[in-house]
Write a protein that binds this ligand. Structure first.
Ligand code: DAO
Ligand code: DAO
Length: 287
């Protein structure tokens, strides 16, 4: 296994080095939880070096880690069971997201979808993570912003460009609320997705909404812990899988745009997540 190095600097600069070989393979090798408790004032430099058999994973992981160490406020805790299985844990729900999905898509940010019921209390419906390939992002965005510095780029709404691009993006949802009925799910996306279809398409687009929702027949169960991947693939194909099983796909630029708008658009479900994603995109482009 590779060697891991975690130089943390606190107010009294100190370096902690974990000797390689101190952890037995197969067990939880190393777990780093950077919690809000040690939050303010901490500047953590996290780096990972190893002999990886998967260079794209390695680079995605490194870029993820470098972003993580810079991001403030920290969005969750990071743990490494071994370097190829790095996950980020959403702090409120405890749900974990792999740092890399589909071999090359790196995690850009995580957040929480909440919903007010009866106009009163908010329930946590699902945690989500947004992923895209570093190289795709770099290629696409550097054409437009190639001459800008990271700090200049961070002021731009780079998420807007990502939404409009034909880059593959995956939004992973992990169901938190255990009592979702298919009916309440349908009603919810008639509101959320429906309002975006109308906003971007200029009409109700009932047919398109119907095409999307008809994929989710009553036989699907989505208990707590279910994983739903909404993948925007090249050519504006939106493919949905539930717990790894394909449910269907719909080819529509408008639908892809509307779905991404829920997470990185003007009125996102979790504005902190959108901010993180924007910063991450800026840092990938100018790296
Ligand atoms: O039980 O009435 C209730 C609350 C239901 C909230 C439904 C929110 C559904 C959000 C969409 C989930 C998509 C997976
Ligand atoms: O959170 O309001 C929202 C919209 C989420 C869209 C996600 C749709 C995926 C739903 C799968 C349901 C399976 C029964």
């Amino acid at each position: 296994m590779g060697s891991l190095r975690f130089p943390f600097s606190f107010s009294q600069p100190a370096t902690t080095r974990f000797p390689s070989g101190a952890f037995s393979p197969g067990s939880i090798a190393c777990s780093v939880a950077v919690s809000a408790a040690i939050g303010a004032g901490i500047s953590a430099g996290i780096s990972i070096s190893q002999n990886s058999t998967n260079p794209s994973l390695h680079s995605a992981l490194n870029s993820f880690l470098s972003n993580f160490s810079r991001s403030s406020p920290l969005w969750g805790s990071l743990s490494l069971s071994d370097s190829s299985a790095a996950v980020v844990t959403e702090s409120k729900t405890g749900f974990s997201f792999p740092a890399v999905l589909k071999d090359s898509q790196g995690l850009l940010g995580i957040g929480l979808r909440r919903k007010a019921v009866f106009g009163l209390k908010n329930i946590d419906v699902y945690a989500f993570g947004v992923y895209a390939d570093d190289n795709d992002i770099k290629n696409f965005l550097s054409e437009k912003y190639g001459t800008l510095l990271t700090n200049e780029l961070k002021q731009k709404e780079v998420t807007q460009d990502l939404m409009e691009s034909d880059i593959s993006v995956t939004v992973r949802l992990q169901i938190v609320y255990g009592k979702l009925s298919i009916r309440s799910v349908r009603n919810a996306f008639e509101d959320s997705v429906g309002s975006r279809l109308k906003k971007f398409g200029g009409s109700e687009n009932k047919e398109l909404l119907q095409k999307f929702t008809s994929q989710f027949s009553d036989e699907y169960k989505i208990p707590r812990g279910s994983i739903i991947d909404l993948s925007k693939e090249k050519g504006y194909v939106l493919r949905t899988t539930i717990d790894g099983k394909e449910v269907g796909s719909v080819q529509s630029q408008l639908l892809c745009r509307s779905i991404l708008d829920l997470y990185i658009g003007d009125e996102p479900f979790d504005s902190k997540a959108k901010e993180e994603i924007n910063l991450k995109l800026a840092s990938v482009v100018t790296k």
